[in-house]
Design a protein around this ligand. Structure first.
Ligand code: SF4
Length: 97
């Protein structure tokens, strides 16, 4: 078992809800409109009931440029999250100075 090897990255992935969907491509939408939006919502619905959603999102934020839906977020949503965190950190430094 992965956890016994101390490989926590592999361990959380073994519990991923997306491993049990019929169509893994669901998590890699192409485009940002029409049917793609429905695909994104379907993928996010799977993430919403995933027991490792937090670990998945943290991994995607840590790694950076990963395509597709991870931790219930799209690439653009993760980029926005990172920008928000960076702005908050910048404001904290500015305020502290
Ligand atoms: S949060 Fe979503 S993408 Fe991440 S492991 Fe769970 S189902 Fe898969």
């Amino acid at each position: 078992m992965a956890a016994e090897r101390g490989d926590h990255t592999v361990y959380w992935r073994e519990r991923a809800a997306c491993l049990r969907v019929d169509d893994p491509d669901l998590f890699f939408p192409i485009g940002i409109s029409g049917l793609t939006l429905a695909q994104v919502e379907k993928a996010k619905a799977v993430c919403d009931r995933c027991p490792v959603m937090e670990q998945c999102l943290n991994w995607a934020l840590y790694v950076g440029h990963v395509e597709g839906i991870w931790g219930g977020t799209t690439e653009s949503e993760r980029r926005a999250m990172k920008r928000r965190v960076a702005r908050q950190a910048e404001n904290t430094v500015t305020t502290a100075a």
